[in-house]
Design a protein around this ligand. Structure first.
Ligand code: DX5
Ligand code: ZN
Length: 220
């Protein structure tokens, strides 16, 4: 059965203290650290790249769940693998031509491949990537427009999560954007098991309590 993976989005952390922010999230019970890589081209924002992942990797051996909001994900495979990335999730919208090569390169580099969909992208577009013999191992359903933390959860996206869970009972299904105590029930019921949460965790007085609550909603 699929189990909960709770992944605080480090985009909501204090980037100037990334190592200690990561360390306290792990101490608070996080499974993964979600790293949002943006190129100010695929999305209208710019964040971090391989050099910062490499610096962080020197301080923590946590699973780094990298979410590539970039136009040319292929260019990031080698640098991120060298830097210590664990998961590499690219967007289907920019990989229509080369997803086979991309998945192959991600796996050869020792990372776990995932595919993400923007809110406006039909979920059927990822089915071939999951059904291929050399498949992705996670699908990330965006529940906000990618680019920024702190936006409102799009409940309509739960149709995609339900469709994925029905078709692929043991697939890791991740949701990202607007997740917190008031939205987790909808996501968990629909079948999501990997939960990214930025502002709800970092904005809480007791982040550990939020992490615990998110996990309980998924695992029961
Ligand atoms: C948005 C990023 C998210 C974001 C989530 O483009 O992919 O990971 O940091 O932040 P919250 O949980 O605040 O919506
Ligand atoms: Zn993300």
């Amino acid at each position: 059965a699929v189990v909960a993976k709770i992944a605080p989005s480090m985009l909501s952390s204090d980037f100037a203290n990334l190592a200690s922010e990561a360390e306290r999230m792990i101490r608070f019970g996080a499974d993964w650290l979600h790293m949002d890589i943006m190129d100010r081209h695929f999305v209208p924002n710019l964040t971090i790249g391989a050099p910062v992942i490499e610096s962080l990797w020197k301080h923590t051996k946590a699973y780094l769940d990298c979410h590539l909001m970039v136009t040319n994900p292929l260019d990031y495979v080698e640098p991120l693998a060298k830097a210590g990335a664990s998961g590499f999730t690219f967007h289907v919208e920019v990989s229509k031509e080369n997803w086979r090569e991309l998945v192959q390169r991600i796996k050869s580099a020792g990372m776990r491949p995932g595919v993400a969909v923007k809110p406006s992208t039909p979920i059927e577009e990822v089915y071939p990537l999951v059904e291929h013999e050399n498949s992705v191992e996670m699908v990330l359903v965006m529940t906000v427009e990618p680019g920024f933390g702190g936006q409102k959860f799009m409940l309509e996206m739960m149709d995609k999560v339900r469709a994925l869970r029905k078709r692929f009972p043991s697939l890791d299904v991740e949701v990202d954007g607007g997740l917190g105590p008031s939205t987790i029930e909808a996501a968990a019921t629909a079948g999501a098991n990997c939960i990214v949460a930025g502002s709800s965790i970092f904005g809480a007085a007791e982040p550990a309590e939020i992490i615990k609550l998110l996990r309980k909603s998924v695992d029961g």
